[in-house]
Design a binder for this molecule. Structure first.
Ligand SMILES: Cc1ncc(C[n+]2csc(CCOP(=O)(O)OP(=O)(O)O)c2C)c(N)n1
Length: 325
């Protein structure tokens, strides 16, 4: 990713970097949509359009060696962690040059060399694995913080509760990030729980729980930085509920008939990229800087897609390679 800024915009470097990451995620997701529509990408795709501030803000607050575990909606986490767009696109396109040599696809890829320990299609299953990574880090004296992200629906999975209890009891450095986009598949969160303030559940496990505006990249970054510092200092895990909305369906092709009329239009008013752009413009960042950032991100993603499409497909004859059992 390239950060385009003039020296007059230097005080805004951190926010511009966040905007740059968010633009790359949005444009990558739009490119994936286009490739899925053209059937160049097969299978089911879950996009994170609208939730970009969560990934950009959280990853700005982490160290490069902190492991991140996401869900099946994880392209944004991967990109924010520094996984190259070309490697992600090639993976989704089933190319040998993909980050998992075309074998993981959209819902299963990982890139450990970038601290991205993968997506997970089993709702809630990343949390116990993050506990394992955090425990290993403590045992080795490495002071790494494991971040595990999941949806509001996943908050009702047993695995999440087992993981929160274990991490709290052992003071493990784990950040439990609930991306509350208010729907579990097609079901509104308020129709499945008695109390929709999900962060309050942290109290039951004896750890801090906080709710932040997940569309405000600075609020996300500050909150994650605070809890990561606590966790790194041996003070244990935290549950952070980040309020957001996906601006697309649960999966590619979801007609979203379950959404009340007007909800999407209203959500677009609060969407994180336009919001940060407006804030930066109001604070005096030159319009040219913002336009250049956008143009550079679009060129990056176009180049990445071109290279990924030109790469050879993974050879089916090698399908049994890299298997453990
Ligand atoms: C253990 C398990 N149960 C059910 C499913 C089917 N499923 C896929 S996505 C989903 C909804 C998850 O919603 P949420 O956790 O809110 O995440 P979001 O899609 O909103 O990001 C379900 C139930 C699954 N993949 N794994």
């Amino acid at each position: 990713m390239s950060l385009v800024a003039t020296s007059g915009d230097a005080p805004f470097a951190r926010e511009l970097a966040a905007l740059d990451t968010m633009l790359h995620i949005r444009l990558l997701e739009e490119k994936i949509t286009e490739l899925r529509k053209a059937q160049s990408i097969q299978g089911s795709i879950h996009l994170c359009i609208g939730q970009e501030a969560i990934y950009a803000g959280s990853c700005q607050a982490l160290r490069a060696d902190d492991p991140v575990f996401s869900t099946y909606r994880g392209h944004g986490w991967a990109l924010a962690r520094g996984v190259p767009a070309q490697g992600i696109l090639a993976e989704l396109l089933g190319r040998e040059s993909g980050v998992c040599r075309g074998r993981g696809g959209s819902a299963m890829f990982s890139a450990a060399d970038h601290g991205f320990y993968g997506e997970n299609s089993i709702v809630g299953a990343g949390a116990p694995i993050a506990c394992g990574a955090a425990l290993a880090s403590v045992l080795r004296g490495e002071e790494r913080v494991a971040l595990t992200a999941f949806g509001d629906g996943a908050m009702n999975q047993g695995a999440i509760h087992e993981a929160m209890n274990f991490a709290a009891y052992r003071d493990l450095p784990v950040l439990f990030i609930c991306e509350n986009n208010t729907y579990a598949e097609l079901t509104p969160v308020a129709e499945t729980v008695r109390d929709a303030e999900l962060h309050k559940r942290a109290a039951a496990y004896g750890m801090p729980g906080e709710r932040v505006d997940g569309n405000d990249v600075a609020a996300v970054r500050d909150c994650v930085a605070h809890h990561a510092a606590r966790a790194r200092g041996g003070q244990g895990p935290a549950l952070i509920e980040m309020m957001t909305q996906r601006l697309v369906g649960h999966y590619y092709g979801d007609l979203q008939g379950y959404r009340p009329r007007g909800e999407l239009a209203e959500a677009r008013q609060r969407e994180p990229i336009a919001r940060l752009r407006q804030r930066l413009a109001a604070d005096g960042v030159a319009a040219d800087t913002l336009a250049a950032l956008e143009a550079a991100a679009a060129a990056d993603i176009a180049r990445a897609a071109e290279a990924a499409l030109a790469a050879p497909l993974a050879d089916p004859a090698t399908v049994m390679e890299h298997l453990y059992a």
